[in-house]
Write a protein that binds this ligand. Structure first.
Ligand SMILES: Cc1ncc(COP(=O)(O)O)c(C=O)c1O
Length: 452
């Protein structure tokens, strides 16, 4: 089972987009070849959402020509704020300094969709990595991490008791969002290349045949997924996309580890193959810039993004202005070349960590556990041989030895079922701690096997 998997290839071309706000949906904006009835994906709350007049005004103000007289705008005056400047020292030693206009934007309310200059930069990035997108029908909304975007997408679609398809195990932050809607979570088994498409197809065909409630949404974490570390290859993604089209499903592509793929070529995203406008893509700067800045972004069809923007208008209003302006400043400072070399640096760092972890597990856990070689990200998913459940092992025996791990049951769709898995993270532990921690895990496994 310890084998590396093939990662997909991407060839995107750079196109600089000009627009940033989401135009109201008009039937003239068609994605080829099929037009989706998005109202099918909206629940009753979403159907009730109306634009907030004042938030719409803030979007309008953002587009006014310089010199316009702003008498209707109820925002505080930034000159009363106790900040005069904002300089940030980068890890390279360089200093970036917000100019007067940037500082004013960083201290002020923004349109709910996000900071226009940042959105324009993010559009360039999406075009570069996922192929030129049609920004007449698609938009980007900046969110407080991928999590906020995901949460708003789930709140937009799910009615109480709706069904959703997701890999089992999966990121608990996603499972928990669906649980809030009492969702029927249909877990799909995985192998070294992610979800098994045949299983997914079987479930969908059988439910349709039996006239059962059909899921509206597939949730996937396609690159170096949390917790398994596997990446879904392009051919499998194409089959999943075909199923989504056939059964009229939205794909929630939650991809925060995209830039942490260890392969030489970037994965082909669902978004890059989306001809029908049924992919909502969630990106995050948490793993490559800072998780504390809380900057992520959602990309998708205007009709879907507009509903999420309306939700943003009445919840947090927008992602932190300071974070958005700072990220924009950094991206402008780096330009594409600087960004790419930053990605490479971060990837190299985690790849070295992964390689060291693999040496340690090979040394201490051979014969005691099985694993796939993670294609990227931060996680190694271990299956303990000879134990049906790792609950006691992780929550008692390892903790007694001061080793903290994530037990498999905690990442399963049904946490009550026994799970022989453990998620090990290689992101922050030093080489010495990895060696010692994995050797103590081996000791704990032996003790646990003896005890049961
Ligand atoms: C699969 C997955 N999605 C989303 C998130 C949330 O990321 P963010 O910090 O961008 O909200 C995480 C965080 O660990 C994650 O692993």
């Amino acid at each position: 089972m310890s084998q590396s998997q093939v990662c997909p290839i991407l060839d995107g071309s750079l196109a600089i987009a000009k627009e940033c706000s989401i135009p109201e949906y008009s039937p003239a904006m068609k994605l080829q070849p099929k037009q989706i009835d998005y109202t099918y994906f909206f629940n009753d709350t979403t159907a009730k959402r109306k634009p907030s007049e004042l938030r719409e005004l803030s979007r309008l103000v953002d587009q006014l020509p310089p010199g316009s007289i702003k008498l209707g705008v109820g925002v505080p005056n930034v000159h009363t704020f106790p900040f005069k400047g904002f300089d940030v020292e980068l890890a390279s030693g360089e200093v970036i300094k917000l100019n007067e206009g940037e500082l004013a934007a960083a201290l002020q309310y923004l349109p709910s969709i996000g900071y226009t200059p940042l959105i324009n930069k993010l559009k360039e990035i999406q075009d570069q990595y996922h192929g030129a997108q049609n920004w007449k029908v698609k938009s980007i909304m900046v969110s407080s991490g991928a999590q906020e975007g995901l949460s708003k997408a789930v709140d937009m679609c799910m009615r109480c008791g709706d069904a959703v398809i997701m890999p089992d195990p999966t990121y608990t932050g996603a499972i928990d969002l669906f649980r809030l809607h009492d969702a029927e979570i249909i877990g799909i088994k995985q192998d070294s290349q992610g979800v098994l498409v045949k299983e997914m197809e079987k479930v969908l065909a059988s439910r349709k045949k039996k006239n059962q409630l059909m899921p509206k949404v597939i949730y996937l974490n396609p690159t170096a997924c949390n917790p398994c570390g596997t990446t879904i290859p392009t051919n499998r993604k194409r089959e999943i996309y075909r199923l989504a089209c056939e059964y009229n499903l939205l794909i929630l592509e939650d991809d925060p580890y995209y830039y942490l793929s260890f392969e030489n070529v970037h994965p082909t995203s669902f978004m890059s193959m989306d001809t029908e406008g049924r992919v909502l893509r969630f990106d995050s700067l948490s793993k490559i810039m800072s998780s504390g800045l809380r900057v992520g972004f959602v990309t998708g069809h205007n009709r879907l993004l507009r509903q999420m923007e309306l939700h943003m208008q009445t919840s947090s209003m927008h992602t932190s202005s300071l974070s958005q302006v700072l990220v924009h400043k950094l991206l402008s400072h780096w330009d594409n070349e600087g960004l790419v070399s930053h990605f490479l640096r971060v990837k190299k760092f985690y790849k070295q960590k992964r390689d060291h972890m693999l040496l340690a597990v090979k040394k201490h856990l051979s014969g005691l556990a099985e694993w796939y070689v993670p294609c990227g990200g931060m996680f190694l998913w271990l299956k303990v041989i000879g134990l049906k459940d790792t609950r006691c092992l992780v929550t008692a025996r390892c903790l007694e030895k001061n080793v903290i791990l994530a037990p498999g049951y905690a990442l399963a769709i049904d946490p009550k079922k026994p799970s022989p898995y453990i998620r090990v993270s290689f992101s922050i532990a030093s080489h010495e701690d990895v060696d010692r921690g994995i050797s103590l895990l081996a000791e704990a496994i032996r003790e646990e096997i003896q005890a049961v």
